[in-house]
Design a protein around this ligand. Structure first.
Ligand code: NDP
Length: 315
């Protein structure tokens, strides 16, 4: 790109950032409020960062929020902090990479609440910063971000309350996991096509992709094989989350009126949290905004879509 091209791209970026910041100032449709203080939302990884902010903002809109945290004591402390601000929150232990923890969490929810209306799968890990691209923790990254998210979805679907507004699942994902993103895309055109085609998209296809990646990591053969080039393990995990979101939307779409579950994913942007070493161009509060906006949309919201900055983006 020449100097003029770079300047134009910078201008476009700045204009877009300005538009986004204006969008975030818009209040969320309180006129169309479908929820009440009885509406229950679960947010995973709610003890800090974007998860904490999503929990805080949902509670500030008047919902009851269960702040699920891997460390029960930290969860209790953050919940107490928000309770002291007058917000309706509770906390419970949840390690999404542990099947027993997920099962015990869902049993606790049934016992104490009967059902939930919203599930925000926010918990996630990434072990690289800046230009690093180690795959040392690839297994943990895939296990947490993709397998853990899937595990929580499977355990919580039976616990989602039937309602005319529809229950809502939101997966906090990343643009790094876009199949067809301009940068960082998957090199295998055939796999890209299969992931994007409803007829060929399946859990086996997604599981097969992550298993193949992990096998190549183990054999140390992954590097020249066309995997996303930036934060490779993390990008593969979010690619899998995105594909799983579309798959679940398809599987859930046959539910009758009154039993609908809408499922979407979103990218919060580049957010200053522990995960990014506090680098980024926005606060956790701003990063949470689109997530809160999606799950509070009125009845008949979209499903199987990917969002960023309060608008739909492509997979
Ligand atoms: P943080 O590292 O601040 O928070 C991550 C949260 O996930 C923590 O609460 C952490 O708990 C929790 N967590 C990690 N592993 C598990 C587990 N096995 N079980 C339960 N909870 C777990 O990161 P962010 O707030 O930035 O990230 C939140 C989400 O946003 C992630 O899914 C991330 O991938 C996504 N995202 C973030 C971006 C950014 O720029 N920050 C950009 C795009 C997406 P603990 O405190 O116990 O470790």
């Amino acid at each position: 790109m020449g100097k003029k091209g770079k300047e134009r791209a910078k201008e476009r970026r700045e204009k877009r950032l300005q538009e986004i910041s204006e969008l975030r100032k818009k209040p969320i449709l309180t006129g169309n409020r479908w929820w009440s203080s009885e509406t229950v939302a679960v947010v995973t990884g709610a003890n800090r960062g974007i998860g904490f902010e999503i929990a805080r903002q949902l509670a500030a809109y008047g919902l009851h929020v269960i702040m699920a945290s891997r460390d029960a004591e930290r969860g209790r402390q953050v919940a107490e902090m928000l309770q002291n601000e007058g917000l309706s929150v509770n906390s419970h232990q949840l390690d999404i990479s542990n099947q027993a923890s997920v099962e015990s969490f869902s049993k606790w929810v049934v016992l104490n609440y009967g059902a939930i209306d919203i599930l925000v799968n926010n918990a996630g890990v990434n072990f690289n910063l800046g230009s690093e691209n180690s795959v040392e923790f690839a297994e943990k990254v895939i296990e947490t971000n993709y397998v853990g998210t899937k595990r929580v979805i499977k355990a919580m679907i039976p616990v989602m309350r039937p309602s005319e507004n529809g229950a809502r699942i939101l997966n906090v994902s990343s643009r790094l996991g876009r199949v067809n993103g301009r940068r960082n895309r998957l090199g295998d055109a055939n796999l890209r096509e299969k992931l994007l085609t409803d007829e060929s998209l399946s859990e086996e296809l997604i599981d097969g992709m992550v298993a193949e990646f992990l096998k190549q990591v183990k054999d140390a053969t992954w590097m020249p094989n066309g995997w996303p080039q930036m934060f490779t393990d993390y990008s593969v995990s979010k690619l899998a989350v995105n594909a799983y979101t579309r798959l679940m939307a398809k599987l859930l779409s046959s539910r009758p009126e009154g039993h609908r579950i809408y499922i979407n994913c979103y990218c919060p942007g580049w957010v200053k949290t522990a995960m990014t070493g506090w680098q980024g161009n926005m606060s956790a509060e701003e990063g949470a905004d689109t997530g809160v906006w999606i799950v509070l949309l009125p009845n008949q919201l979209p499903t199987g879509n990917f969002f960023a900055e309060r608008r739909e983006i492509s997979f």
